[in-house]
Design a protein around this ligand. Structure first.
Ligand code: SF4
Length: 925
């Protein structure tokens, strides 16, 4: 590694005021949160002395946050696991003995091999905020179990699924605001999280240019605190607010009808034949092409074939005699419903009608009146010539706050509707795709797992995007085939699985018991669980024969988290500074709107204990199990060099590997190309990342821009150059609704029909969160939510000596008027009760919060004894979690069945639907 500008000492009056901190600098990628910033690690005598941001890195451009800097204390934490552990006492007791890696892997292989050859779905393999899902998902598929998912189901799958089913992209990793050009940024449910440093950099640019930032969030923290306008919305009502904005735009005629007609299915002719199996589907010609109404010919013609833009309004009859209407007319009718009038939504949303009207007007003004054209003639995928790309300088960005509700899928879809109405999708100044998006709506990958063959891989990945009932993983009775019930009638579009249901379902044997629960980096016995106490009980529950209800638990973590005590076998991971890793385009990439990028981590430190990188362990375990992708024909390991070997040599399809840079034997190819033996060295020499600029002509309107589509195909991002049509009308949803109405070969069980019918509405929709309906408003009048602080990422800072100084204990933030109502002042104690539980917490009074919402920082409270903390650490004595108040199941309905506390479309955990009551109490003992 060449010298990269090591800071030298400065002699001042004989005193060295700036002694060199390092004798070596190595590049790698931060993993103190999910943002994946490039870092430079300063080493002295091989030990870590300092971390700084890499100024050349495309994600953070040198910016480093408090968490990133504190990576040094992560490394020094006494909570690090030191060797593989085998449970010796009862589960939960924390009694273990250290064993060798060979013993640990032999044991794991024995447990897993048996079930792989008998019934592979007996393995449930779930990972947390893992950045190697391209490996872990593929591994599960090779093992032959459909029971795999990562953390997305309890994070933001609503956002991802709504985006992918509507625009072929979404926020954060799939798209970003055009920071250079936007004049108006509308944030929804974004705390200081996820795309952390890029958003900070972007907001800085907007502030410099005087662009307006409006943040919609019940709590004014993080980015909301520096927004020009903060809208303290009632949790769970975002989708309603957006419908009201859309209604105002429609009433004022301030929409981009040409954009909708040209690029979305708004002109698609929707069949009106109530009671039949065709009702609500889009009419197509004999070749399967979507039909629209040609206003000149007064006839139905294929989408994209009309010289003049097709009709958006009207009622027509097809030659077949079927009555049809353009989808736009149906959507407009729904949006214009009086129920969405500002006066009607104001109370529930806690937003004044005038504010709604003003925001709608400001959006239109920025989108249309401030539009400029990027003069760059182009021809779209249907052969229509355009003089340039008109800007729509309004950008939206949303995160978990809008997503983590039982109505989150439709709320996120409503946001995309708003973007489409404004023509603000992948145009200059608007939200723009990041490669490898856009993808078809939805992407063509379907979840595998309908039929399993013991001892054999599944024919496809465990996660995907059902396009109709026939793609669901259900048996003939409609019963779920997956342990988490993803892709069943309970959560048909569960693109990220339902991690929050795995332990409950496995312990209850519903839909079936499992033998092995294999968890990586998911603190399911504490802050990652809804209903924490019950989760801990279920992990220790025994069957009548004395065996645990979940017989084997294998857990992988680098630190002594709360979940460690509940494992039978603990496989200790390294820290992020001690291993190879890959931020892959096959997983969740780090691209930006103008370039494709990926990155690696390299080991910059050598572990001082008997731990191994999880990815290496998984690859070795795969070989020990004889998984075909990890074993050669002669029985030898396919990747004897572990994850680094896999990163270079694994091909998902010919020429496509985990890393897209420096492919081809000589490293001259991008995207696709043969493996390159020097690929990792090339990454290291480039600061551990690769980035390839999108050609100039291919940077806007990518969904329909042949220059982009051709480039994306060449890079391996798309299988063909077909344009992507926005789903203004949710035809895929209608297919599920038709099944619920009694049509087709695959239909929901009778008890679920109405729930599916309601949730699978192809038109824009808002409905109250289920917890609102399950709770008596007079008993639980308040909302309770969490926010992520700047200095902690979930529990990842729990063991970090620097970060703990910022957040070692949390308070319950109570709106000032509410505090006065209850006679509560700063530092007083209150009891917070939900239909499910009760906790006690210390108060901090706050003004900048929705009047009926209390909140706290997430994941601060800890279980005594965990994370290597002192027995009287504030995290144990004063820290608390809202998780104890949240039930993972809804109350019984109908025949006694308890649905998940989740979105009925995607299964997204409804964390933020919590309803509570507050009472002042004396200081607890
Ligand atoms: S934002 Fe996240 S990835 Fe970036 S420096 Fe901070 S902790 Fe590290």
């Amino acid at each position: 590694m060449p010298d990269q500008g090591l800071p030298g000492g400065v002699q001042e009056r004989g005193i060295d005021t700036s002694p060199p901190v390092a004798d070596e600098i190595k590049h790698t990628t931060c993993y103190m949160c999910a943002c994946r910033c490039g870092i430079r690690v300063y080493l002295r005598d091989g030990a870590l002395s300092y971390i700084e941001g890499n100024p050349d890195h495309p994600v953070n451009k040198g910016v480093l946050c408090a968490k990133g800097s504190a990576g040094i204390m992560h490394q020094k934490s006494p909570a690090k696991l030191r060797a593989p552990l085998l449970r010796t006492g009862p589960r939960g007791s924390g009694q273990f003995k250290e064993i060798s890696w060979d013993e640990a892997l032999t044991l794991a292989t024995a447990w897993l091999s048996k079930i792989r050859h008998e019934d592979p779905k007996q393995l449930a393999f779930f990972t947390g905020r893992d950045q190697s899902q391209a490996l872990t998902g593929w591994w599960a598929s090779q093992f032959g179990t459909p029971n795999y998912a990562a953390h997305g189901g309890f994070c933001s799958v609503n956002m991802a699924a709504a985006g992918l089913y509507t625009l072929g992209g979404s926020f954060w990793e799939f798209g970003e605001p055009d920071w250079e050009r936007t004049n108006y940024l509308l944030l929804f449910g974004v705390a200081e999280d996820h795309d952390s440093n890029p958003i900070k950099l972007g907001l800085g640019k907007l502030k410099e240019r005087g662009a307006k930032v409006v943040s919609v969030n019940p709590v004014r923290t993080g980015y909301s605190a520096i927004a020009d306008e903060w809208i303290g919305i009632t949790p769970g009502s975002d989708g309603l607010f957006v419908l009201s904005l859309a209604r105002e735009l429609l009433l004022a005629g301030r929409i981009d009808a040409a954009f909708l007609a040209a690029f979305s299915n708004a002109p698609a002719l929707v069949i009106e034949a109530p009671g039949t199996a065709r009702h609500g589907l889009v009419a197509r010609d004999a070749e399967g092409r979507v039909l629209v109404w040609d206003r000149d010919k007064q006839a139905a013609v294929p989408f994209g074939s009309t010289p003049r833009l097709p009709a958006l309004q009207g009622s027509f009859t097809l030659p077949t005699g079927e009555a049809v209407r353009p989808a736009f007319a149906l959507v407009a009718e729904r949006v214009l419903d009086e129920a969405h009038a500002p006066e009607r939504v104001a109370k529930r949303c806690a937003i004044a009608p005038d504010t709604i009207r003003r925001i709608a007007a400001e959006l239109a003004e920025a989108a249309f009146d401030e539009s400029k054209t990027v003069a760059q003639p182009w021809t779209d995928a249907w052969g229509r010539r355009h003089d340039g790309f008109p800007s729509r300088p309004v950008a939206l960005h949303a995160m978990r706050g809008i997503s983590a509700h039982a109505n989150g899928f439709h709320s996120c879809r409503n946001l995309h509707l708003l973007q489409m109405l404004l023509g603000a999708v992948d145009r200059p100044g608007s939200w723009r795709y990041k490669p490898p998006f856009p993808r078809p709506t939805p992407p063509g990958i379907k979840p595998a797992g309908k039929t399993l063959t013991p001892g054999k891989p599944m024919p496809g990945p465990p996660l995907g995007f059902p396009q109709g009932p026939e793609d669901l993983l259900v048996d003939a009775e409609g019963k779920a085939l997956r342990i988490d019930k993803a892709f069943s009638w309970e959560a048909p579009l569960a693109a990220h699985g339902l991690m929050h249901l795995v332990i409950t379902n496995a312990a209850n044997g519903d839909p079936y018991p499992i033998e092995v629960l294999f968890l990586f980096m998911a603190n399911m016995a504490w802050n990652s669980a809804m209903n924490v106490d019950a989760t801990r009980e279920m992990l220790t529950r025994r069957r009548p024969d004395g065996e645990y209800a979940i017989p084997r638990v294998i857990y992988v973590d680098a630190f002594r988290s709360e979940t460690v005590d509940f494992a039978d076998l603990v496989l200790p991971d390294t820290t992020y500074l001690e291993r190879w890793d890959c931020i892959s385009l096959l997983d969740r990439p780090i691209c930006d709107a103008e370039g494709a990028a990926d990155a690696i981590r390299q080991p910059v430190l050598t572990p001082d204990r008997d731990v191994r990188p999880f990815q290496d362990v998984l690859i070795e375990l795969g070989w020990r199990l004889g998984l075909p992708g990890l074993t050669r024909e002669d029985g030898s390991a396919r990747f004897p060099g572990g994850y680094a070997d896999y990163l270079v040599h694994h091909e998902r399809k010919p020429g496509q590997g985990p890393l897209a840079g420096w492919r081809g034997a000589d490293g001259s190819e991008d995207g696709l190309g043969a493996p390159n033996e020097s690929q990792l060295e090339r990454y290291i020499a480039n600061g551990c990342f690769w980035r390839s600029e999108i050609p100039e002509a291919a940077r806007f309107s990518r969904h329909a821009n042949p220059a982009y589509l051709a480039w994306a195909k060449r890079m391996g991002f798309l299988d063909n150059e077909n344009p992507i049509v926005f789903q203004f009308y949710g035809e895929a949803l209608q297919r599920f609704r038709l099944a619920a109405e009694g049509h087709g070969a695959v239909q929901p069980p009778d008890a679920m029909r109405e729930r599916v019918r309601k949730a699978f509405d192809p038109l824009p929709l808002w409905y109250p969160p289920f917890e609102d309906e399950a709770n008596d408003e007079s008993r639980f009048p308040l909302h309770a939510i969490t926010q992520r602080p700047m200095a902690m990422y979930h529990s990842w800072g729990s063991m970090n000596a620097w970060l703990r100084q910022i957040h070692a204990a949390n308070r319950l933030y109570v709106p000032a008027a509410l505090a006065a109502e209850h006679g509560v002042a700063d530092d007083d104690w209150v009891a917070l009760s939900s239909r499910h539980g009760r906790i006690e917490a210390q108060v901090r009074v706050m003004h900048a919060v929705n009047a009926r919402t209390v909140w706290t920082w997430n994941a601060i409270g800890k279980k005594r004894g965990a994370w290597g903390l002192d027995a009287n650490a504030p995290e144990f004595t004063r820290g608390f979690l809202l998780n104890h108040l949240i039930d993972e199941l809804l109350p019984e309905q109908g025949a006694g069945y308890r649905y998940a506390n989740s979105d009925p479309v995607t299964g997204q955990a409804a964390w933020y639907d919590l309803r509570v009551r507050l009472e002042k109490i004396e200081r607890p003992a």
